[in-house]
Design a protein around this ligand. Structure first.
Ligand SMILES: C[S@@+](CC[C@H](N)C(=O)[O-])C[C@H]1O[C@@H](n2cnc3c(N)ncnc32)[C@H](O)[C@@H]1O
Ligand SMILES: Nc1nc2[nH]cc(C(=O)O)c2c(=O)[nH]1
Ligand code: SF4
Ligand SMILES: [Mg+2]
Length: 231
């Protein structure tokens, strides 16, 4: 929300009802499953406030019971799609473990998009659960790090470290220096150009991101959905 959202702490709760911004059927536009038909579940609220965040996650009053949410996912999901993406806002801010368990029990795959600062006890350890972490802070939750499949860094021109190409500025405070979390050796790293809402800057961000990917051997992900003009 371009740094305009309230910072909300992690909620406890039994996960039997969740605050949901939207549920929609689209193509995964980012990361390891890019291009795959997916049902997105966007949870409300976030525990961070990234000044360049491109997403609204505060405008929905919907807090359905789990069964109602699962029914909505079922309505939107054609049989050809078995991928559910949990995003937000910050999906691990709420207790999404019961939702994840219910989706896995239905034979579906689940991918989480997370900022990596939170964790939930009882998170299933299932090969059909994929955690993609997009670091925003110098530190991540220690229990999350071993569960991350891919680290996906958002990059802007002139804001990456010449040593490893990864971000050098704070995502929370415009213009402030910060060395964001660095992945463990051998971890899968994807870089993705930041959408600054300006064609010229976005071109520079894509060019810078391409150069970093080529120089450091990272995978490059563009936000496919924005190129296609879909949600
Ligand atoms: C809106 S966030 C929600 C999930 C989680 N809070 C996170 O940050 O990973 C989903 C993805 O969009 C990325 N993102 C947010 N704003 C962006 C922007 N302006 N340009 C490119 N990617 C952006 C985030 O880094 C993250 O990978
Ligand atoms: N199509 C599409 N793919 C996405 N991948 C991550 C997204 C997000 O906002 O978490 C996103 C999104 O908002 N739309
Ligand atoms: S952590 Fe994710 S949802 Fe929260 S403000 Fe940053 S990019 Fe947006
Ligand atoms: Mg998005």
């Amino acid at each position: 929300m371009r740094g305009a959202n309230p910072v909300r702490p992690q909620e406890g709760g039994d996960g039997q009802s969740l605050w949901i911004q939207e549920v929609f059927y689209t193509l995964q536009g980012e990361g390891p499953f890019v291009g795959e038909p997916s049902v997105f579940v966007r949870t409300g609220g976030c525990n961070l406030r990234c000044h360049w965040c491109d997403t609204d996650f505060e405008s929905s009053p919907w807090r359905p019971p789990l069964d109602e949410l699962l029914a909505r996912i079922g309505e939107l999901r054609p049989a050809v799609c078995d991928l559910i993406v949990l995003t937000g806002g910050e999906p691990l801010r709420q207790n999404v473990v019961p939702l994840i368990r219910a989706l896995l029990e239905r034979g579906l795959r689940v991918q989480i998009e997370t900022n990596g600062t939170l964790w939930l006890d009882g998170m299933p350890d299932d090969p059909r659960l994929t955690i993609v972490c997009s670091p925003k802070t110098p530190g991540l939750h220690p229990d999350l790090v071993p569960r991350v499949s891919v680290y996906k860094y958002v990059l802007a021109a002139g804001e990456s470290d010449p040593g490893d190409g990864l971000p050098t500025l704070s995502t929370q405070l415009p213009g402030q220096g910060a060395r964001l979390f660095r992945p463990p050796p051998g971890a899968a790293v994807t870089v993705m150009p930041r959408d600054d809402g300006d064609a010229e800057r976005n071109l520079a961000n894509r060019q810078a991101c391409t150069a970093v990917a080529l120089a450091h051997g990272y995978r490059m992900s563009v936000q496919l959905h924005k190129l296609l003009g879909i949600a």
